[in-house]
Each structure stands twice: as structure tokens, then as C-alpha cells.
Design a protein around this ligand. Sequence first.
Ligand code: ATP
Length: 360
Amino acid sequence: MAELSLTNIVKRFGGFEIIHGANLEVKDGEFVVFVGPSGCGKSTLLRMIAGLEDITSGELRIGGKVVNDVEPADRGIAMVFQSYALYPHLTVEENLSFGLRMNGNPKADTERRVSHVADILQITELMKRRPKQLSGGQRQRVAIGRAIVREPEVFLFDEPLSNLDAELRVQMRVEISRLHKQLGTTMIYVTHDQTEAMTLADRIVVLRAGNIEQIGAPLDLYDDPANQFVAGFVGSPKMNFLTAVVVEAQPGRAVIALESNPETRLPVPIAEPVEAGTKVTLGIRPEHFADAGAGDADLTVAIDVAEHLGNTSYIYAAIGSEQLIIERPESRTAGNRETLTVGLPARHTFLFDGAGKRLR
Ligand code: ATP
């Protein structure tokens, strides 16, 4: 097992800087997830840790040792990719033992490790099959098994579940979580599925255009996002953002009016001073609307589509030109209403300035 540390890591491809100086300390045994929109540099960062990409500048340490120039095979890491690339002509057992046999690992030890891994992943009954006789989930389990038999100090996962269907993804997600508990190995996992990030991570690293925007425990990011980008990225469905203007400002407190519905005036506590007349963005998560009358202001929206899921409803609605999603407890008498009035609880709202910086 090992801790991992990135100091001012920069990556340039040709003239383009893709990673702009990443700093991160991963503790021994920690499960860290990299998330961010497509192209933000998640895979590049992971591949630099794996040694599959050169580090332009900065320092990478694994277990305290600088490994910038250490070969991938000598870094004590194992990587699982989204395309599981098993050898088609080998059985599951042979696929699992292949790397160890190539390295000249003693036969008895190889057998012990392979059978232990088969036990952990519950694939013992599949050992004599070849990859094409396996389901997608079983193949991915074998791919993970191939990483485990190497007994690495650090596991790297690059979107390992993105080729699986929805049900299998959930199942494998739970298995990876269990595996982490069982092995206690340091794991770094790249995904753009934010449910995976929320459920698997001890800490999430949110990346945007080659910069780390925030690092924190999943619920800390949910409750206390550093800025509008993180607020919009963590949580599903996404946080709603409504344009508003400050109509009254006092130290520690402001009253804002929604641009699309100026009668809606919401008093909010603020952490940063603002001036009356400032344009701001009000953030509220779909699950945080209250019943009409139960918040600090009421808001009436035009219902576009209502999805009734049995336990909860998602109301896709509009207010002026702005769209929003409202999650409400299932109401079986909802019928075909055209408008909905909900309460806005100030304590569940966020406020951002024009640059996405948090004002509260
Ligand atoms: P995705 O979620 O789509 O996989 P990502 O966050 O993993 O995206 P990367 O694959 O790390 O993003 O890519 C980051 C940026 O680096 C992108 O703009 C990409 O085009 C660029 N890039 C990646 N590999 C190379 C390369 N070999 N040469 C030049 N540019 C590259």
C-alpha cells in the first residue's frame, strides 16, 4: 500500500498546456475519484500517474519515492481500463495468471493468488471459460481480477464501467466499493458519472479545463461547493441556476429578486459584501424546494413535463426564459396541472457572482 503525491504537475502536448500545475496528496488506502467534463484532463492525469504519459514538469511520488522516470511496470500500480482487453484465446484462469507467469513468478504462488482473486470476485465457476463465453460484467470482473493478482500498491481505474449497461454498472460499482474495503489499497478512479463519484469516493477531485477546482469528501462538495462550476457538477439532477438581482444589501444579508419573476423577493444571508443592483445567480437543488408557503418566498412556475417515478416526481418547469427541475415527493393527485407553486427555503440556496464565485 502507498500514498501518492502530485506536486505542480504540468502536462503539455506540443504547444498546448493541458494540465496547469496539479497538486494532490492521496493518503494510503484512500479512494480518490477524478471527475470533470469531457476533455478536462482526467485521463491524462491518471495516465501520468500510471507512467503511460510523460510528465512535462512537476513531481510525482508513490510511497514517498519520486517516480517521474520510473517505468510503468516498476511503479507498483495496476490499471483497469474501460475496454477490458482480455486475451480471447485464453481461459479466465489463464488470463488471470498470464502476467505472473510471464514474470516468472513461482507456480504455487501464482495458483494461490489466482484462486484468492477468483474467490474475492466470485468467479471461481468461470475459470475454464474463455472471454467470449462471459457477459460484459463477468469480463470486467476478470479484468479487475487481472489487476488484483499483481498485488499492486495503487489501483488506477479509467472509466471501468462505462461499457456496461445501467444495471450492471450499479452492481459493479458496489463490487468495487466492497473490493476497496476488503483490500484497503489506494485507488484512483476516473469517471464522468457523478453517482459513481459520490458513492465510491473518500474524496472527489473536480477538474475543469486542466485545473483542480475543488477536492473534498462527496457530501462536503454537495453541501459546500467552492464555486458555481462545482455546484453544478456535483449532484443529480443538477442544481438549478436562476438569474437574480440584489435589490437590498446590508452587511451579512441581502434581498434578491428573480429576473424572470421580480415579485419573488428572497432574503438571503451572505458571506461576501454585495451592492444593490448587482446581478447574481441563485442556486437551488431540485430536492430542496419546499411546499408553497413553507419557504422564505414562493415561486410559481409553468410545468413543462412531469415525470412520476413512484417514490418521487421530477417537474421540468420554466420561469420566464429559464428552465428548472423540481423534485417533489410523489403526489398521486398531481393531475394535469399547468403551474406549480413551491417555496424557496433561503437556507438551502446558494448565491454566485457573475464569475461563478460564491457569495454565500
Ligand atoms: P474524457 O472524459 O472525454 O475522456 P478527459 O477529461 O479524460 O476526457 P483527457 O483525455 O485527459 O480528458 O484529455 C485532456 C485534453 O488533452 C483534451 O483536450 C485532449 O484533446 C488533449 N489530449 C489528450 N491526449 C492528447 C495527445 N496525445 N495529444 C494531444 N492532445 C491530447
